[in-house]
Design a protein around this ligand. Structure first.
Ligand code: DP6
Length: 345
């Protein structure tokens, strides 16, 4: 018997960053993010009963219809760990087909949306195999996604999600993310995120390697403490709708992340000259206009410009007049807070 499942799942952008891990893909500090409306991976998994007793997971993988052998080691590693939690991976051969709504190598983190979509498919297939509904479906999908890529566990919910055991968030856990939309002030539910693509190639240091450099980092313990404090402060801000405090805190978080990269051993810098020019422009614009627009950064050179919906016109004029010149081929991607994953079968 063949079983099939299709899910779309968005990427996300963290406001308080996950940078540093412990144990099996557990975060060294808690983080919070929102999912993007227009950076989506769609994945279909077809499961066919295995006839042999081969212990290793068996799968094939197509990306935009083409074989992608370079992705195989990461998928195999994920399926091997995930097979301890889902029997279908042991009993079935998996045919995985995936595609992204955003250009490959656009600098948008695709591991979150990819691992999120794959985990949702696997959990759906397990439900079908078991013939019963999983009442903790999204929590289990988040748990599974975490094993593939930490940030992916925050992608299986709509809007805002928190990951990591934290005293300010009831029911929070290191093992899976939780939906925190009920605390979010309406002004932040309408956040826009314009991603300015100042660099579109492969990153010089992968996130996974970057996390590893926290192990002997002289500032690691303090950073984890500060990140958890930032989360408490941000929770308050997200509840009361204070956009000025939001801008200050979110920018500080992004720079803490990059400061950790620069002070690793060996140190590395993912920001480019254009990144710094854009940061300066955003800060000057905010000062002069009084409008709550700010930036955050992922593990890369691209800048996420964040602002609430009601100032969109002014900010987009600013982006066009002053920032696009710094983007590779003038490229940028417009997102709002997304509605989360979708089951498509
Ligand atoms: C800077 O989740 O990509 O985007 O767990 O090794 O797959 P792995 O790392 P990953 O790290 C994301 C780091 C970040 C911050 C964040 O999303 O919180």
């Amino acid at each position: 018997m063949e079983l099939k499942s299709t899910w779309s799942c968005p990427s996300n952008i963290a406001l308080v960053k996950y940078w540093g891990k412990k144990g099996l893909q557990l975060p060294a500090n808690s983080s919070i993010s929102f999912v993007l409306s227009d950076a989506i991976t769609t994945t279909t998994v077809l499961a066919k009963v295995k006839n042999d007793l081969e212990p290793e997971p068996q799968f094939s993988f197509l990306f935009h219809g083409e074989p992608q052998p370079s992705f195989h080691p990461k998928i195999l590693k994920f399926l091997t760990v995930a097979s301890e939690h889902l029997s279908i991976i042991n009993t079935h051969i998996l045919e995985i087909q995936s595609s992204n709504s955003f250009p490959h190598s656009s600098g948008i983190a695709s591991s979150a949306s990819a691992m999120g979509a794959l985990s949702l498919c696997l959990c759906s297939l397990q439900e079908k195999l078991d013939g019963e509904e999983d009442e903790n479906f999204f929590r289990n999908a988040s748990f599974l996604a975490r094993l593939g890529s930490g940030s992916a566990c925050r992608s299986v919910y709509p809007g805002f999600a928190e990951w990591g055991k934290h005293h300010s968030f009831e029911n929070s856990s290191d093992e899976f993310a939780i939906d925190v939309n009920s605390i979010i002030h309406p002004i932040f539910k309408s956040l826009n995120d314009v991603v300015l693509l100042v660099e579109t190639g492969e990153k010089s240091v992968s996130s996974t390697a970057g996390h590893g450099l926290l192990t002997n980092h002289p500032y690691a313990a303090k950073r984890f403490e500060v990140a958890n404090e930032h989360l408490t402060l941000l929770q308050e801000i997200l509840m009361n709708g204070d956009t000025d405090a939001f801008c200050r805190l979110v920018e500080s978080e992004a720079l803490h992340l990059h400061a950790m990269m620069m002070t690793s051993s060996p140190g590395f810098m993912l920001m480019k000259p254009e990144t710094l020019h854009v940061i300066e422009k955003i800060r000057t614009f905010r000062e002069q206009s009084g409008l709550p627009v700010c930036f955050t950064l992922d593990a890369g050179a691209n800048i996420h410009v964040l602002f609430p919906e009601h100032i969109k016109q002014q900010v987009m004029d600013f982006v066009h007049n002053q920032l696009i010149a710094y983007c590779k081929n003038g490229a940028y991607l417009c997102n709002v807070v997304g509605s989360g994953p979708n089951k498509l079968d």
